[in-house]
Write a protein of this length. Structure first.
Length: 318
């Protein structure tokens, strides 16, 4: 059996010696993606900050390839792990290429002078995330989606083994969410990059991740997405049954929603969302059969309900 490449062992995190989440045990093989899911304020960012040493864990340890991260010096850690947090980066008179270049600082001397090798790595990182056309653009003048790609390229410049992302899609519209996560997934597959991230969108998390970790109170429930969602060849209704059964066994307030007609234009609607809210739903599992699904999902989330949408291409009409 392969030993995990990234692992937390009995990790307990919190503030001022007050535990928030206890005994977190996560493990990933090289090249896998793990996503933390849970409501706002559940502690996703606290876990990630404890992993990257911005916060000191109250108990337990984090291991990378068998080595305790607590024993690594900052320079070595910066070469092993790269981070993209939710805080907006403030720059002054910096081009996108300048921002990406800061990712090479763990490899430069005290004066931060880049060699030709460093410049080559900057170019490679920008090519990987498809932003070479932004190289000379002012970082402050580009869109939020483009900024996230620039920050991802900066992280890749560090040549990390593990990438940590804290809700990287928070400021993005749906198009840029999908594009960004597609790039992350490709990096996992092609570069064997191990990714630990948090997302608020459960439906996106299930599409990209090898494993999910759901924060529930002061504990973390773990699972592999293949065990949760089954084979992608199953039809939409089967996917709903599999997912709903799993989440109910985990103690969630889950309500499945199946449209009256499984065809274009008959997906989730506001009346259904409102009715399900009145029934106490905290999570709706549905088939995406309409082009309005994204609007209705946003409406549900504004009411405090998460939505998981199965692939509408797998729906069976009838």
């Amino acid at each position: 059996m392969d030993s995990p490449y990234f692992q937390t062992d009995g990790l307990t995190v919190g503030y001022r010696q007050q535990p928030l989440i206890r005994d977190i045990c996560l493990s990933l093989k090289k090249g896998e993606i793990l996503t933390l899911i849970g409501p706002n304020g559940a502690g996703k960012t606290t876990i990630l900050k404890s992993i990257i040493r911005q916060l000191s864990p109250l108990r337990g340890a984090v291991y990378l390839n068998g080595q305790d991260l607590a024993g690594m010096n900052n320079s070595l850690l910066a070469r092993q792990m790269a981070v993209v947090l939710t805080q907006r980066v403030k720059t002054e008179l910096m081009t996108c290429e300048d921002v990406v270049s800061t990712g090479r600082y763990p490899y430069t001397g005290k004066f931060g002078v880049l060699t030709q090798h460093d410049h080559d790595k900057v170019r490679e990182a920008m090519e990987l995330v498809h932003i070479t056309d932004l190289a000379q653009r002012d970082f402050e003048q580009i869109s939020d989606g483009q900024k996230q790609r620039v920050l991802l390229a900066r992280a890749l410049c560090q040549e990390p083994e593990v990438l940590v992302l804290d809700e990287p899609t928070s400021f993005l519209d749906i198009r840029y969410k999908l594009e960004f996560l597609s790039v992350v997934q490709q990096l996992s597959r092609r570069q064997h990059l191990t990714v630990v991230m948090s997302l608020h969108e459960v439906d996106l998390a299930q599409r990209i991740s090898h494993k999910l970790a759901c924060i529930k109170g002061d504990r973390v429930e773990r699972g592999e997405t293949i065990a949760v969602y089954g084979d992608y060849d199953v039809d939409g209704i089967t996917a709903i049954c599999l997912l709903t059964d799993f989440l109910r066994r985990k103690g969630g307030a889950v309500i499945p929603y199946i449209p009256d007609r499984l065809e274009e234009g008959y997906g989730l609607n506001r009346e259904a969302v409102t009715a399900l809210k009145e029934q106490g739903a905290s999570l709706i599992v549905t088939v995406d059969c309409g082009i309005t699904a994204l609007e209705e999902t946003a409406w549900a989330r504004s009411l405090g309900i998460d939505v998981v949408i199965t692939d509408h291409h797998e729906c069976k009409s009838g």
